[in-house]
Design a binder for this molecule. Sequence first.
Ligand code: FES
Length: 81
Amino acid sequence: MILSVCVGSSCHLKGSYDVIESFKKLIEKYNVADKIELRACFCLNRCSDGVSAKAGDTYILNLCPTNTEEKFINEIMPLLG
Ligand code: FES
């Protein structure tokens, strides 16, 4: 599954790069490097709900550097099947 984190200007200002760094660590911590391909992407048109990401076809919204683990466990891991 591709996990794309928005690095558009609005999300960037809200901490996209810290979110990406955090996801990198979580992918290692939960040993799912073979299941998740982390990418940066341009604006997902959900700027007001940023930091925005897409896991497969599912939007993961309202990310911030401090809630990535909670979102990872509750919203992203269940999509891995
Ligand atoms: S800048 Fe991230 S959704 Fe628009």
